[in-house]
Design a protein around this ligand. Structure first.
Ligand code: PXG
Length: 465
C-alpha cells in the first residue's frame, strides 16, 4: 500500500476514509455519497483543508483548542517528554514528574479545597471515575444506600456507558440499553425552548427547585450527587437565567449531597475565569476536566476532588484506574498549555477584550429576522434560529430545520459553527483577535442570510403549533 499523505487527491482520501474509518456520531453510509472534509493543518484560529481552503474554526476543534493551533511549545514539550519517558504508569506505588507537576498545578488553580486529581484520558472516563468516586465516598461514610446521581436532560457528560447515562441526551439513551441504574434526570434551564409564559427569572427558579423536589421525592438518604455543566455546551450553549445557579447553590448547601461541576467545556478560561463554576458562583465538591486542559494537543482528562472526598476514599484501596491515568506526555503537554494560558494572560484577554467585543457582535445578530435570542458567556455563545421570535416558536419542520442549512452555509463560507437543533453555537480559540471576531461575525451573518433565503424559498419559515 502506498503511503497516505496530505498530498493525495481529496477524493482518494475521502474514499479510503469512507471505506475504513468509522466516525463518531455519524451515519457511516452517508460518507459514501459525500466524503468528509479533510483537515490538513491548523494555525491560530485557522484550519486548512485538503482543497487548500482556509477556514475560521469558531468551535476550537471540539470545544478544546483553547490556546489555538500551531503552538510549537506544545510540540517541543511532547517530543522532549517522549524521548525522556514516553510512558510509565501511576499504579503500584509509582509516579513520575509530569503527573506530580500537573496535579500540583491543577490543585493550585482549582477553587477552594479541590486539591486532588485523578487522571483519565478524556471527559467520558473522568465522569465514569466520578460515578465510582461518589458511590465509594458514601459507602466509606457508612451510607452505602446513597447511590443515585441527579443529572439533567439535554446535559452532555460523555459517551461511555456511565457518562452517557449521566448525560441527558435522549438519542444516546435510545441506543445500547442506557441509562445504567440509579441515574435520575431533571429538566434543564432552557428558557428559550421550555420557559412558556414564565419570565426567565421565574423559570430559572422553577427549574432549580426541581433539584429540591427530586431530592424530597427520592429521599436525601438515597442521593449521592448532583452533576451539571455550569453552562451546557453540547446541549446548545444553554445559558441559564440568573436566578438558576444561586438557587442550586442554596439547595446543594442545605442538602447532604455532593455537587460535581462538569468543567470539560467551561474550564480553562472559556468563560473568562479559570473555571465555569467560578463564573456562575458555586463551589463544587468535585470537577470533571478535559479538553482545554491540554487544548486538545494530547488526550487527557481528570477528576479534581475536595480534601474531604479524597481523604475519605483514600482510607482504603479504590479499585479504579486507567492505563493512561497520568500519561507523562499528556501531563507534560497539559502543564505547558496551562503555562501558556497563564503567561499570555489569555483569561484576561477573554474577559477584557475578546468576550466584550464578541458579545457586541453576537447581540447584534438578534436584529436578523431569523435570530431569536443570542447568548454568550466568555467565549461560548449560541443563537436560537426561529420562524417567529415574538412567540419563540420552533420550526414546523422539526428540530434542525434551519440549523442544518445554517451549518452547511457556514461551511460554504469557510466558518466552522455548529448547530444543535436550531441553535447555532460558537466556542472559538481564546486568543481570537478583534479582527478575527469581525470576520467570524461577518461570515455568520452571511450564512444566516443565506439560510433565511433558503428557508423562505422552500416554504420552511413556518412555526410549529
Ligand atoms: N463532559 C462535557 C461537558 C463534554 O462536553 C465530555 C464530558 C466527554 O469528554 P470526552 O473527552 O470523553 O469526549 C464532553 C465532551 C458535541 C460534542 O457534539 C461535545 C463533546 C464531545 C463530543 C461532541 O458538541 N463534549
Amino acid at each position: 500500500m502506498t503511503a497516505i499523505t496530505n498530498h493525495m487527491p481529496t477524493a482518494e482520501l475521502q474514499a479510503l476514509d469512507a471505506a475504513h474509518h468509522m466516525h463518531p456520531f455519524s451515519a457511516q453510509g452517508e460518507f459514501e455519497a459525500k466524503g468528509a472534509r479533510v483537515i490538513t493543518r491548523g494555525e491560530g484560529v485557522w484550519l486548512y483543508d485538503s482543497d487548500g481552503e482556509k477556514i475560521l474554526d469558531a468551535m476550537a476543534g471540539l470545544w478544546c483548542v483553547n490556546v489555538g493551533y500551531g503552538r510549537d511549545e506544545l510540540a517541543d514539550v511532547a517530543a522532549r517528554q517522549m524521548r525522556e519517558l514516553p510512558y510509565y504508569n501511576t499504579f503500584f506505588k509509582t509516579t513520575h514528574v509530569p503527573a506530580i507537576a500537573l496535579a500540583a498545578k491543577l490543585a493550585e488553580l482549582a477553587p477552594g479545597d479541590l486539591n486532588h486529581v485523578f487522571f483519565a484520558s478524556g471527559g467520558s472516563d473522568a465522569n465514569d471515575t466520578n460515578i465510582r468516586v461518589v458511590r465509594r465516598y458514601w459507602e466509606m461514610k457508612g451510607k452505602p444506600e446513597k447511590t443515585i446521581i441527579i443529572s439533567r436532560k439535554n446535559a452532555y457528560h460523555g459517551s461511555s456507558m456511565g457518562s452517557a447515562s449521566l448525560g441527558g441526551m435522549a438519542a444516546m439513551h435510545a441506543q445500547g440499553g442506557l441509562p445504567i441504574p440509579d441515574i435520575h434526570h431533571i429538566n434543564q434551564p432552557n428558557w428559550w425552548a421550555e420557559g412558556g409564559q414564565m419570565s426567565p427569572e421565574e423559570f430559572g427558579l422553577a427549574r432549580a427547585r426541581e433539584l429540591e423536589q427530586a431530592i424530597d421525592e427520592i429521599g436525601e438518604n438515597r442521593i449521592a450527587a448532583f452533576i451539571a455543566e455550569p453552562i451546557q455546551g453540547a446541549g446548545g450553549v444553554i445559558v441559564p437565567p440568573e436566578t438558576y445557579w444561586p438557587e442550586i447553590k442554596r439547595i446543594c448547601q442545605e442538602r447532604d449531597i455532593l455537587f460535581i461541576a462538569d468543567e470539560v467545556i467551561c474550564g480553562f478560561g472559556r468563560t473568562g475565569n479559570w473555571f465555569g463554576s467560578q463564573t456562575v458562583g458555586v463551589q463544587p465538591d468535585m470537577m470533571t476536566i478535559a479538553k482545554g486542559m491540554s487544548s486538545g494537543y494530547q488526550p487527557i482528562g481528570g477528576s479534581i476532588l475536595s480534601d474531604e472526598i479524597a481523604h475519605t476514599i483514600g482510607q482504603d484501596e479504590f479499585n479504579h484506574g486507567y492505563t493512561y491515568s497520568g500519561h507523562p506526555v499528556a501531563c507534560a503537554v497539559a502543564l505547558e498549555n496551562l503555562r501558556i494560558i497563564e503567561e499570555e494572560k489569555l483569561i484576561d484577554h477573554v474577559r477584557d477584550t475578546a468576550a466584550p467585543y464578541m458579545r457586541e457582535k453576537w447581540d447584534s445578530l438578534t436584529d436578523h429576522p431569523l435570530v431569536g435570542e443570542a447568548k454568550i458567556v466568555g467565549l461560548m455563545g449560541s443563537i436560537a434560529l426561529t420562524p417567529d421570535k415574538s412567540t419563540r416558536a420552533a420550526f414546523a419542520g422539526g428540530p434542525g430545520t434551519a440549523g442544518l442549512i445554517c451549518r452547511e452555509r457556514c461551511f460554504a463560507n469557510n466558518l466552522v459553527m455548529r448547530h444543535v437543533g436550531d441553535r447555532m453555537i460558537i466556542c472559538p480559540p481564546l486568543p481570537i483577535t478583534p479582527d478575527e471576531i469581525d470576520l467570524l461575525a461577518e461570515r455568520a451573518h452571511r450564512a444566516i442570510d443565506e439560510t433565511h433565503k433558503r428557508l423562505n424559498e422552500e416554504g420552511l419559515m413556518v412555526a410549529a403549533n
